[in-house]
Design a protein around this ligand. Structure first.
Ligand code: 5GP
Length: 239
């Protein structure tokens, strides 16, 4: 497969056309950003740690009946994916109160959310990703009511699967953000699932094992990403 023209460059990934119909290549770059791009760095190997974790988690989800865009890895930072018509929603599933819901609502950090809380933001950098509700999503024609119902159902299934996998490695899945797209009539998981898009706490120590280490300068970001990638992929290999 040959990499062709750039289709899209985001803050941490670039997506390329290929010479194969409806297949794209996603490059996981070493760029890391936080606070709406207000904090930026380049950290060596970050792209490959996130790509490795994303690939393992996509494969694990697919084995468990979740449709994803994942096809294969070309090398540690280049992933072949099926082309989707992306839906500009950031679907966030929360098992424990942390991050923006603690800042914006009267939740105490660390409170268990049972059942999990789904929050959906509008993926729109210029508007700073405002939170949506079902009526707004339908009124803006971002998704139909049937698609929205399916997205929420799949997001909760993904949550159950990831929560169990990570718990077996002594990691609490606090929350995570996923994005979906359409492939024909079906809804398919796209984008990535990595230390950039999940909030992970060590069950024993409570230590952050994700991008919060970068956001809040809690320690060596790449040492953390490396360690977490090994823990997660070890657990996925067993299943
Ligand atoms: P919060 O709303 O607390 O900032 O984020 C909730 C969860 O979604 C966290 O795991 C966070 O990493 C993820 N998340 C929220 N917005 C984004 C985003 O724009 N990009 C990425 N990669 N993850 C996000």
């Amino acid at each position: 497969m040959k990499q062709k023209k750039l289709l899209y460059a985001g803050k941490a990934k670039s997506v390329y056309h290929t010479d194969v119909d409806r297949k794209l290549i996603v490059e996981f770059r070493d760029d890391i950003t936080a606070f709406d791009g207000g904090k930026k760095d380049v950290l060596m190997n970050k792209g490959s740690y996130n790509a490795e974790v994303s690939a393992f988690l996509f494969e694990y989800l697919m084995k468990n009946g979740v449709k994803t865009h994942f096809v294969s890895m070309i090398d540690p930072r280049h992933m072949v994916v099926r082309e989707l018509e992306m839906i500009p929603l950031e679907v966030i599933v929360r098992n424990v109160a942390a991050g923006s819901i603690v800042r914006n609502y009267p939740f105490k950090e660390g409170t268990k959310l049972d059942p999990p809380v789904i929050v959906i933001d509008f993926k729109d950098d210029a508007r700073h990703d405002p939170m949506l509700n079902d009526d707004l999503i339908v009124a803006l024609k971002l998704a139909s009511p049937a698609e929205l119902k399916k997205i929420k159902k799949v997001a909760l299934k993904i949550n159950q699967l990831l929560f169990a996998l990570l718990a077996a490695q002594g990691i609490t899945l606090v929350d995570f953000k996923i994005e979906f797209g359409r492939q024909g009539k079906s809804i398919c998981l796209g984008d990535e699932i990595s230390m950039d898009s999940m909030r992970l706490w060590d069950k024993k120590s409570g230590e952050s094992l994700d991008k919060d280490v970068y956001r809040f300068e809690k320690g060596d970001v790449m040492a953390t990403y490396n360690r977490v990638a090994q823990r997660i992929t070890k657990s996925a290999k067993k299943r």
